[in-house]
Structure formats: structure tokens, C-alpha cells
Ligand binder design. Structure first.
Ligand code: SF4
Ligand code: SF4
Length: 480
């Protein structure tokens, strides 16, 4: 009891963020009068009443006069699926309402309970049984979002106005207690924590996963994991699964006793850095900071620990002051020239520059599925298409390519967040330059695909070769 709040500093090797979520404050929805009428409560408050050790000892009462609540109306999607507040479905409130309604009905069978809903979503294992059980117990369902909760000044009872969309009629439901199924929103302090840990938030303010489908408990920061409601509201079984996954990943990360990094990291040639501040802003991992140089100005410096080796900074630097170890521009140019040095077929030579993630894996899957595409298509692998610079497309044509394909992840699914989008903009810019030089811009094209789309790659390669055949040979200014 005498314990005081204290700040403790821990030296840790890994962090799991499990800060959960919180209930949306429904008082901002003026028409429901939460905070004005004491008998309008949320499910969190109802849960305290249902609890035998709670403030009412398990009795369901009207907070205004402590009399038993005989008529209860529950309102679903309060602040969820509503563009004014949160457009997403909170996912768990339907089950919470069903559970609470069943618990009350089983304990107090005379209680009249109505649930006003838009859709009842019972997607988990055994969850539909809850819905069936609720129906058997006589819990009523009205399909409609109530427009207002009013207070009858004489009876002091609440009245819920709702249009029943199935029966096409307006209802005025009397209630002793109105329970709001409030949306679930990110926990207090999420933004601050994200800033401290260098993590990203999604458009709804929850922590963003490295990959929502494939790496749902990882973040773009090595050694930092997220689980449970930090990424989105979840029920208990899913949260538990998430927690296990995060714990195993953190344990695996710590097991080595050291951090093993790929050599593929960026390095700044400080003597060329012009302190333009482009790269610190562009780096998706916050790996670049500006530090004072010996010459009295600032230069970019890369943290090897944070750098994921995407090369987006390389493609962004206007002064060519950054290189990726083992992916220097001269190495890439040599690779390009070697690939384009011999054709060996009658078809036009095409350079397909593919990112190491979805792009190149799609090429692999086309090969594994024995899909056919012309042998004149030469595949060059780069870490991420974001590494490419406009002049490299032009170099490819100079080296003998009749056409250039840039193959990257989908722009909203890029493994390095922004790489694909940046590459797309550069391809557009290069097309303008090609036109200026009298070269058909259609000789350069960007394709976005996911790693399993081998057929899409093969189709794109065939289409590109056919297009170039129709165009005829490339004629560069001053050359043939
Ligand atoms: S290579 Fe990618 S992760 Fe590394 S510093 Fe450059 S932009 Fe950041
Ligand atoms: S983009 Fe290039 S010039 Fe600009 S700060 Fe970064 S390294 Fe320096």
C-alpha cells in the first residue's frame, strides 16, 4: 500500500509491446447521451456489475437509483463502422454483447434484453453457438443503428429510437439500462511509445506489423515485437496465440547472444554528402541521422544496426553520396552490361530488374511452374526497386536493352515500405526523359506483383517482348 511510483531502468536485449487497446469514449456521440444520463453505460461498466465481486455484487441495476434493470437495450457498433469516428469493425464487441446478454439472462431470466445491431459477427470457433444460445434464451435482436437515446422526464426511463430495417418500422424501445458496445481504439500513449521505439502506426493508430499476413508479431525494428491488441482488437484466443509467437521470436532473437546482421547495409561517403536531408527522411527504418562533420557542417550517417539494406537512400541521394555494401553502382552496371552482352535469340533483348522480394521470387515461381517466357528476357536482381536511379534505366538501353522491365512488390505491400512507390515515380520520370531523347517511353515499364505470381511475370515478359517486336529496333540519338 505504501509503494510509490518509481522509474526503473532496465537493460534489455529485446522488447515485446503488449499495451493492448482501450474502450472508445462514447460521450462524443451526443445522441446517445453517455455521461449525461447515468443509466447509459458501456460494456466495461456492465462487466463490473456482472462480476459477483464487483461494486453491485453481481446485481444488474440502474446506476441512477440502484433499482434492478428489468429492460436492457444494447447498442452495437458505437464508434465502430462509423466514418465519423472509426471506420473499422472492432471485431469483438458482438461477442461481448452476446456473452453479457446470456450471462444476465441466465442469472435473471425475467430481464428483457434487446440487441440493436448492424450485423452480428460471430466468426470464431464456437461463437455462432453463442448467437444460437442467445436466441433460445429469448434475447431479442433488432437490425438497425439507433438514432437517439432519450430520457422520459416522467418515468425517468430511457427510450431508444431505432428503425428496424428488417420489418421496416420505427421503434421506441423503453429501457432501464442502455449498454453501448463501444469501439476498441489504440491504448493511451501508443503514439508516444511508437515514437520512442521508432515503430510505425497504421491509419487507425494501431502498431503496424512488419507484414500483417506473414510476420504479424514482428516490426521493422529488429528485436522489437508486438502482440495482441496493440495491432488491432482481438479476442483472448487470438491474443494468446500472438503472445506465444512474440515470445518465441524474442527468445530466438536473444538466444544467439549477439545480433547477426547482413553485410548489405548502406554507407555514406561523407566527403560527398551535401547535407540535403533527403535520406534521413526517406529511410523507412529511421537508420540515418545527420551528425556534425569535421568540416563544420552536417553529414548523413547510417546505423548498421538499424539499416535493413533496402537501398532506398541510394536511389534518393542526389549527390550519389550513399552506396550499399556489395551493391555499388559500378557493380550493378557491370552486372547489367554482362547480362546484355549477348542475345543469342532473334527476339528483342529485355532487362528485367527485379526486387529481391516479390519480384525475383515471382520469377522463381514462374520457373518452378515451368512457365514459358522468351529467352531474351534477362533477369537482374536488386535488393529493392527503390535503389534504382533514373540514369540506370538509360544505362540499360545504352548497354543494349531494347526494353526494360522494373519488377517490384505491390506498392501497398512493398517489403521495404516505400521502395516500390519511389521506383514507380522514377520510372515515370525516366519515361519523360526517354521521350525527350526520341525513344518510345513504352520501352520502359514497371510491373508490381506478389511473390506467388509467377504467371503474371511470365505474361508480362511475353507482352513486353511482343510490344518491342512491333516497335522495331531501338534507335538511340547519335547511335544506331
Ligand atoms: S539502405 Fe534502406 S534501411 Fe539502410 S539506410 Fe538506406 S534507406 Fe535506410
Ligand atoms: S541524401 Fe545524400 S547528400 Fe543528402 S544528406 Fe543523404 S547522403 Fe547527404
Amino acid at each position: 500500500m505504501d509503494q510509490k511510483t518509481e522509474r526503473v531502468t532496465l537493460n534489455v536485449g529485446s522488447i515485446i509491446v503488449a499495451t493492448g487497446f482501450r474502450e472508445f469514449d462514447p460521450s462524443v456521440i451526443k445522441e446517445y447521451h453517455y455521461g449525461d444520463y447515468p443509466d447509459v453505460v458501456t460494456h466495461l461498466e456492465l462487466a463490473r456489475m456482472i462480476d459477483g465481486f464487483g461494486p453491485t455484487g453481481g446485481l444488474i441495476v440502474r446506476p441512477s437509483d440502484r433499482k434492478p434493470a428489468k429492460k436492457i437495450v444494447m447498442i452495437q457498433c458505437v464508434g465502430s463502422r462509423d466514418k465519423r469516428y472509426n471506420s473499422y469493425c472492432s471485431g469483438i464487441c458482438c461477442m461481448i454483447s452476446l456473452k453479457h446478454a446470456i450471462l444476465i439472462k441466465e442469472a435473471y431470466p425475467d430481464t428483457d434484453i434487446t440487441i440493436c445491431y448492424i450485423d452480428i459477427r460471430t466468426t470464431g470457433r464456437g461463437h455462432e453457438d453463442y448467437y444460437e444460445r442467445a436466441r433460445e434464451l429469448g434475447i431479442k435482436f433488432v437490425k438497425g443503428r439507433p438514432t437517439e437515446v432519450l430520457l422520459d422526464p416522467e418515468t425517468k426511463r430511457l427510450i431508444v429510437d431505432v428503425e428496424d430495417a428488417l420489418l421496416n418500422r420505427f421503434l421506441e424501445l423503453e429501457a432501464d439500462l442502455v449498454v453501448l458496445a463501444s469501439a476498441m481504439v489504440p491504448a493511451e500513449g501508443t503514439e508516444k511509445l511508437a515514437e520512442i521505439l521508432g515503430l510505425e502506426l497504421d491509419e487507425d493508430g494501431f502498431f503496424k506489423e512488419y507484414n500483417a499476413k506473414l510476420r504479424p508479431t514482428e516490426t521493422k525494428m529488429s528485436g522489437v515485437y508486438i502482440c495482441g491488441g496493440t495491432t488491432f482488437p482481438k479476442d483472448v484466443p487470438t491474443t494468446s496465440l500472438h503472445a506465444h509467437s512474440a515470445a518465441v521470436k524474442a527468445a530466438k532473437f536473444l538466444m544467439n547472444g549477439k545480433i547477426v546482421k547482413d553485410q548489405r547495409t548502406a554507407v555514406v561517403k561523407e566527403e560527398y554528402c551535401g547535407d540535403c536531408e533527403f535520406c534521413p527522411v526517406t529511410c523507412p527504418y529511421g537508420a540515418i541521422s545527420l551528425v556534425p562533420s569535421d568540416e563544420g557542417h552536417f553529414v548523413a550517417r547510417v546505423s548498421d544496426l538499424l539499416c535493413e539494406g533496402c537501398g532506398v537512400c541510394v536511389g534518393t541521394c542526389p549527390l550519389n553520396a550513399i552506396e550499399l555494401r556489395n551493391w555499388r553502382p559500378d557493380q550493378m552496371l557491370a552486372q547489367m552490361r554482362a547480362l546484355l552482352s549477348i542475345n543469342g535469340s532473334s527476339k528483342p533483348l529485355v532487362l528485367a530488374i527485379c526486387c529481391s522480394e516479390c519480384g525475383h521470387t515471382a520469377v522463381d515461381s514462374s520457373g518452378m511452374s515451368m512457365m514459358q517466357y522468351p529467352a531474351s528476357v534477362r533477369v537482374m536482381k536488386v535488393p529493392c526497386t527503390g535503389i534504382l536511379q533514373v540514369h540506370q534505366f538509360l544505362e540499360a538501353f545504352k548497354a543494349g536493352a531494347q526494353g526494360v522491365m522494373v519488377v517490384g512488390c505491390k506498392s501497398d505491400g512493398c517489403h521495404y515500405e516505400v521502395g516500390s512507390q519511389i521506383a514507380k515515380r522514377k520510372v515515370e520520370l525516366a519515361k519523360i526523359l526517354l521521350k525527350e531523347y526520341g525513344v518510345e517511353p513504352e520501352r520502359l515499364e514497371m510491373f508490381n506483383m506478389v511473390y506467388i505470381e509467377g504467371a503474371k511475370f511470365a505474361e508480362a515478359a511475353r507482352m513486353m517482348v511482343e510490344r518491342l517486336e512491333k516497335m522495331g529496333p531501338l534507335r538511340l540519338m547519335g547511335g544506331s
